[in-house]
Write a protein that binds this ligand. Sequence first.
Ligand SMILES: Cc1ncc(COP(=O)(O)O)c(C=O)c1O
Length: 394
Amino acid sequence: MSAKKTPRPDTVITHAGRTPEDYFGFVNPPVYQGSTVLFPDVATYRQASKQRYRYGRRGSPTLEALENAISTLEGAAGTVLEPSGLAAISIALMSCLSSGDNVLVVDTAYGPTRNFCDKILKRMGVSTTYYDPSVGAGIADLIAGNTRAIFLESPGSLTFEIQDVPAIVDVARQRGISTIMDNTWATPFFFRPLEHGVDISVIAATKYIGGHSDIMLGTVSANADHWPSLHDLHGTMGQHVGPDVAYLGQRGLRTMAVRLRQHHASGLKIANWLESRPEVARVLHPGLESFPGHDIWRRDFSGASGLFSIVMQRGPQMAVDAFIDGLDYFGIGASWGGYESLATPFDPSASRTATRWQAEGPAIRLHIGLEDPADLIDDLEAGLERWREAGGTG
Ligand SMILES: Cc1ncc(COP(=O)(O)O)c(C=O)c1O
């Protein structure tokens, strides 16, 4: 084979993890359904290293195809699959923490991540300290003698604060503290945590990797230092993802680059349009120059996905309901990252402890799907009219 240059992200997304030569030339890996794996003789059964697959829970070609693809994309030593993004976050945290330890968690982390820390980690004897997403190198002041891990999520859930990942990682490295990042929003297509020195990268593959709102799946990828303990915990806890889900994950992955480029372009176009509207007090989109974390986003990220929020001017709840209920193309539903647009109201006040959420009016999270953005703008424009008719200001 000719000497190859390092492939670019689109090429990695198209080819990584695929071995058609193992499957009679079929482009995609077959879905291996199975628990029992047979051995040719007792000698092979006795010696673990003699046979590649030994039991369904511990791996199959279907699962490995996706694990290898994600590892290549992340630049990781290894990847484990988890039955949801939240399960991926939980196991990543557990792989770094033991009883008596402390973890620093960004205040704008996904709500259920906080819940896991406040309930389960606490019960295991691990304390959590929440920190302001704008902390940067100031994270050093929060490190206690027993701090063993720092959890990052950038942009933050719902409100999209951008973290200075390299500054935080620098401090963590100097102090021998592990870093874990929830990179679901950007995916490694727009931001590669391990390249920025993060030890463990987590993706809720339910979102853009699946891409079609039809699976629940998480991935955890680790660098060489952190891979052995993550891999061991995954096996010890008996974690396993069904082959149909893994198959759909790898199928979704193959088109992720083109989908993300469209989410980026449509999302920015609509965010810019919303910014010009008098009914909208603020647009929380890292790609807008007006957004406080924009410079760091531009320095570190190569794009934005389709999820952002708007803060409305003052208005009653019925005006928010009228706005959202009448939308033709935006569904009302949790999750995001599929091909379709979504709109949901939110109030993050109750899930912040290190910072205070202050807003001009009610807030709405939008996921911009793959529809024609002109149709989405028409839809939102009619929604803003309903907002005013129902007593919203602007
Ligand atoms: C930023 C972020 N991380 C993790 C998750 C959890 O993913 P899952 O729903 O697959 O558990 C979500 C889900 O909405 C999310 O928004």
